[in-house]
Write a protein that binds this ligand. Sequence first.
Ligand code: GDP
Length: 297
Amino acid sequence: SKIKEGLQKTKESMMSKVDAVLNSFTKIDEDFLEELEETLIMSDVGVSTASDICEKLRAKIKETGATDPQEVKGLLKEIISDMLTEEEPFHMDTQPSIIFVIGVNGAGKTTTIGKMAANFKSQGKKVLVAAADTFRAAAIDQLEVWTQRSGVDLVKHQEGADPAAVVFDSIEAAKARHADVLLIDTAGRLHNKKNLMDELHKMFRIVSQKAEGCDVEVLLVLDATTGQNAVSQAELFKEAADITGIVLTKLDGTAKGGIVIAIKNHLGLPVRFVGVGEKIDDLQPFVPQDFVEALFE
Ligand code: GDP
């Protein structure tokens, strides 16, 4: 599957390191557990999550009476699987349902919106896209290319226009045109953090008010290749909007897929989709069980 392919590098790197630890110890002791924890940290699972995993592992070892390091692999799989347990699903029951997409420039917002628009369209949904990144003309153009390719409508203003006004108009338009789903693209200039967060907050307030009663999903797009940095970014963005889910892009090009576990365990946010390539069908719904199977098979 695409998830399996996308996770290839993560699997090779993370699991071969884990296997190396399992193979270099003959019994389960403190040294073994410490080395395992270090390995998890090196695999972008993050310090606090690696520590949580090892704490749970200690309990499981006690519980099962395991003595052989090889038994630990199965226990690890159980622990990670439990950590990623399914969340409340993505609700898109209202007309319109709104997906507000945030994240730093380059993370893959526009591409993700293009892929989602095509996906929803192919499911027979009426899709509207809003270009609320008004700072770069190129961003509006890029979104236009994606929407034309998949044949969905775009709401846009001039470059430099107030992004909150684009959000406002797009919600009006989505209601008037009976769209099933409205996808809102936003700016992500991180060099002006305060402005960006204020502006996102303003847009988020408009979404919350104007789309009252609608299903609203706030998706933060994170670039998996940035590893633990992505987790720090999420902490920052959490202050501007009530994030309800994560899209993790560029999983195909990285060995840092371990951050999926940190995102869920450390941030408490579900990964909704993963990007496994640049093409239109390279966005996959994230199924925790598939992720765990792909890593441990
Ligand atoms: P934005 O600034 O957040 O809107 O980011 P873009 O959507 O413009 O994406 C930045 C770059 O990342 C582009 O070159 C995309 O083709 C690439 N990209 C986005 N998602 C993925 C993915 O899942 N895999 C790969 N390999 N590249 C991706």
